[in-house]
Design a protein around this ligand. Structure first.
Ligand code: ZN
Length: 220
């Protein structure tokens, strides 16, 4: 069973509850899938059963069509947030990590066309590999974070928080106006351009800043 970890080895005293995600938080990614940029944040939830340790091999669903990687910055919530404002959010983020929002793209297209919810394409078992978290004992400059994803050695995604349509603190505040966030919950902050289909044996590497965190994994 999945359990949160800090990179420093300290135990994370919280259990995972839910994973709240945002779609289309980078204009370049919305454009690559021919999606309009929404007026308000587009939210969806992955259940706790979607989470897996990103350092372990990735298992894609069988017979469900294409499975895409979306590299994302993840936030570990450390305090209860309900109708919070951005100032309250900042000290309540306990850790920063990297994640994959695995997406069954063909199934998602079918569901979108029918006007149905996305859960089957986004919240399936093992759909959310999570790295260990960098423990935040200080307040980072939320708009100056960056991360990258390499697929088989090729740089495919580079995300900068300054390019987010809804910045981190505003996003978490907005989420907390619909869904109370509890310690141990995770927020996925959206993916930049460069998503693509995974194949068996693919090797993925992700990095946060230049040297805060590096994680490697492989598709089984
Ligand atoms: Zn995503």
């Amino acid at each position: 069973m999945y359990q949160h970890q800090f990179t420093c080895g300290t135990n994370v005293p919280f259990r995972l509850g839910k994973i709240v995600c945002i779609g289309r938080n980078y204009a370049d990614h919305a454009a690559e899938l021919n999606n309009p940029v929404p007026d308000e944040p587009l939210l969806f939830i992955k259940p706790a059963t979607a989470a897996v340790d990103m350092t372990q091999p990735i298992h894609m669903p069988v017979g469900r069509g294409s499975c895409h990687f979306e590299g994302e910055l993840s936030l570990l919530i450390g305090e209860r947030l309900c109708n919070a404002n951005a100032v309250e959010v900042s000290p309540a983020i306990a850790g920063l990590g990297l994640s994959l929002d695995l997406t069954l793209r063909d199934l998602q297209a079918t569901l979108k066309k029918a006007g149905h919810p996305w859960e089957k394409a986004k919240g399936f078992d093992n759909s959310c590999p999570l790295s260990p978290f960098v423990k935040l004992d200080w307040l980072p400059d939320w708009d100056k974070l960056s991360y990258s994803l390499w697929l088989n050695g090729e740089l495919r995604q580079r995300g900068k928080t300054e390019h987010m349509l809804t910045p981190i603190l505003d996003l978490v505040a907005y989420i907390s106006s619909f869904f109370t966030l509890e310690p141990g919950d995770i927020v996925l902050t959206g993916t930049p351009a460069g998503v693509g289909e995974l194949q068996h044996g693919d090797k993925l590497m992700m990095q946060l800043q230049d040297d805060w965190l590096q994680v490697e994994t492989q598709v089984a």
